[in-house]
Design a binder for this molecule. Sequence first.
Ligand SMILES: [Zn+2]
Length: 139
Amino acid sequence: MLSHEFFHEQAHIEKRHELKRRILLITICSLLILNSQLSILNSLPIFNSQLPILNFLPIFNSQLSTLNSQLLSTFTLAILYRLFCHSQEFEADRIAAKKCGKNAAIESLKLLQMREGKTNFFANLFSLHPRAEKRIAAL
Ligand SMILES: [Zn+2]
């Protein structure tokens, strides 16, 4: 009998999750590079801060220095990327649970939970996989 892990990975492939992650990552990196280039150009006297810095977080851009604004934008995009990855993991879990059964999925994730142990706050903050307990709760 095939396991939850097998169906989980199969779901990632069928849903083209890796391709979608790469497209999102390239888009995020392009936005950040464009933003930093505009920022550098703005520092030149000829442009005199007239070029529009990407303003997807206007409150940061109006209140903080350009560097701090860019750091917060980068951090925010990293968190959005993390949420996107987590949503893919939950989707793969749901698809796998339909194929192998919810109980088998939960048992498999409980084994994973035992292997995970404790992680610190920052390791968890930037992890691209949700904790097993969240994955079990989402099923
Ligand atoms: Zn996965």
